[in-house]
Design a protein around this ligand. Structure first.
Ligand code: PLP
Length: 543
């Protein structure tokens, strides 16, 4: 492809991309192809001779798009969002254009310097404590990683090395130090709550350290939050066993329910465990810190060592763009810095520049700062805040509608950060779980919207979260109507329609959303159970 062919191809590709976004809502949000769909559509090997771009491009619509789940569709209400934006796409385009490996400053000074600048912009926007800025006296700073998983694994390595070095303290010979480190390496244990994202556990597997999940509890009025007392209890228990707790992940916005751990009560515990490296995983909800009403949250982070949030989730920046901040870059360098002769250069040797390869696991790195720069400049702070605020507002409306149908739905945890977690109401948890699962499956089978479910503490629940650039209130309203109609269908099929199965203290059941209607003296739960049993038998019989 020569320059003129590229110009023509790029124009048609951009047109196709714009048309895709403009019509995305008309596409079925989830791909419904069967596993292995692609192989029969493609030849067994690459073409012997060059193919024209027009032929390649036409295969996007006919062969690739059927296998795409449309994450940018407003009907995508699953997992967490993975925002894309036109400025973000342009950032990717320029990054691809320059394609430099950027492992040290000299590889492309602009790539390193822009990264330091925009990550300081972001730190201020998120109201992170001063200690995380590249200009801080303590030597902090930010670095772009590929994912929150990579970020936690990287800081686990730094924390492990810091802890072991501290154990083999000053005054010991090299041999003595090595012996202490060897003897204690297998006793290191990382902590997190049982609501923490699995990436910390995976990081422990990779770094070869033990892990311990602290059980947290919650309810419709209190989310599943890790507190100082729970942490202290776990630390004491592990220490008594002869283990070395060296790392803790706390979360701002857990994956299942968007819980925010009680940072303030965790801080005093650290006074007794000064070598515990605390990492804040704010992968999704960290984006909300740009709004004034959440800017008090990061104040305790100055007592923690690292913080990570994904701009590629909710902050309009195309995947991948996970922003990791550390209070002391020295610990990353101590653990990850290796300088073979071919990487030596006078700027790095004299300590004049940042070499981000020492802040991450891989050597090479993409020029990802461009897309942050484009996004921040194209939207401005007000545009970014508007996007997050709209998502939260729409999420609040959705939660209100769910609350308004307390006859059929129950809120599982307090809705927060645009996420609502709810279940179908029933007298017994097992019934609720079964009904909720049936509604979840019916909604996704219908295909108009795409949602995910979760299980917390034995509660099967549906999660609904917008947060896309195209999410609008009427889309969530339509989603809510789908939930109501599918729930009514499921209840009808179960023979429990109109009966929500909840009885008050006097044994008076609520029927069809109304109180004070007796079920003809029949025990409500027993009647429901009987109905469910009959429906199950009917379905086993194929009825
Ligand atoms: N942490 C939390 C709270 C998450 O919700 C997720 C993913 O949704 C992750 C970490 C992992 O993110 P990544 O895919 O960037 O590794």
């Amino acid at each position: 492809m020569n320059s003129e062919q590229f110009r023509a191809a790029a124009h048609t590709a951009i047109d196709q991309i714009i048309d895709y976004y403009d019509t995305i809502e008309s596409r079925c949000v989830v791909s419904n192809v069967s596993p292995g769909y692609l192989k029969p559509l493609l030849p067994p090997g690459p073409p012997a001779n060059p193919e024209p771009w027009a032929d390649i491009q036409s295969d996007i619509e006919s062969k690739i798009l059927p296998g795409i789940t449309h994450w940018q569709s407003p009907n995508f209400l699953a997992f967490f969002p993975a925002n894309s934006s036109y400025p973000g796409i342009l950032g990717e385009l320029y990054s691809a254009t320059f394609t430099s490996a950027n492992f040290n400053w000299l590889c492309s000074p602009a790539a390193t310097e822009l990264e330091t600048i925009v990550l300081d912009w972001l730190a201020r926007l998120l109201n992170l404590p001063e200690c995380f800025l590249s200009t801080s006296k303590n030597g902090g700073g930010g670095v772009i990683q590929g994912s929150a998983s990579e970020a936690v694994c990287t800081v686990l390595v730094a924390a492990r090395e810091r802890y072991l070095r501290n154990l083999a303290a000053v005054g010991k010979s090299v041999e003595e130090s090595e012996e202490i480190i060897d003897n204690n390496r297998s006793k290191l244990v990382a902590l997190f709550s049982n609501q923490t994202h699995s990436s910390t556990q995976k990081g422990c597997q990779i770094t070869g350290v033990k892990h311990h999940a602290i059980k947290v509890s919650g309810s419709a009025t209190e989310n599943y939050i890790l507190t100082g007392p729970l942490l202290r209890e776990a630390l004491e228990e592990l220490t008594v066993k002869g283990l070395h707790p060296f790392f803790l992940t706390v979360t701002l916005g857990t994956t299942a329910t968007c819980a925010t751990d009680d940072f303030a009560s965790i801080v005093p515990v650290l006074m007794d465990y000064p070598n515990l490296w605390v990492h804040v995983d704010a992968a999704f909800a960290g984006a909300a810190l740009i709004l004034p009403q959440y800017q008090h949250i990061p104040a305790p982070f100055k007592y923690f060592e690292s913080f990570d949030m994904n701009m590629h989730k909710w902050l309009l920046t195309n995947f991948d763009c996970s922003c990791l901040y550390v209070k002391s870059r020295k610990h990353l360098l101590d653990a990850l810095s290796i300088t073979p002769p071919y990487l030596r250069n006078p700027f790095s040797e004299q300590g004049l520049v940042t070499d981000y390869r020492d802040w991450q696991i891989p050597l090479g790195r993409r020029f990802r700062a461009l897309k942050i720069w484009f996004v921040m400049r194209s939207y401005g702070v007000s545009g970014l805040q508007g996007h997050i605020w709209n998502s939260i507002r729409h999420g609040d409306s959705f939660a209100q509608w769910v609350r308004g149908r307390a006859d059929i739905f129950e809120i599982v945890v307090p809705p927060v950060f645009a996420l609502t977690v709810f279940a179908v109401k029933a007298a017994l948890r097992e019934e609720s779980n079964r009904l909720t699962k049936a509604v979840y499956e019916a909604v996704n089978a219908d295909g108009e919207i795409f949602i995910t479910s979760t299980v917390i503490d034995g509660i099967y629940a549906i999660r609904v979260v917008g947060g896309g650039l195209k999410t609008r209130e009427e889309v969530l309203r339509r989603a809510f109507e789908i939930f109501v109609s599918k729930t009514e269908e499921v209840l009808k099929a179960e023979g429990t329609d109109k009966v929500n199965g909840v009885s008050d203290a006097n044994g008076v059941a609520k029927v069809n959303g109304l109180n004070n209607v007796k079920l003809g003296g029949v025990n409500c739960t027993a009647a429901l159970k009987q109905g469910v049993k009959e429906a199950e038998q009917a379905s086993i019989r194929g009825g």
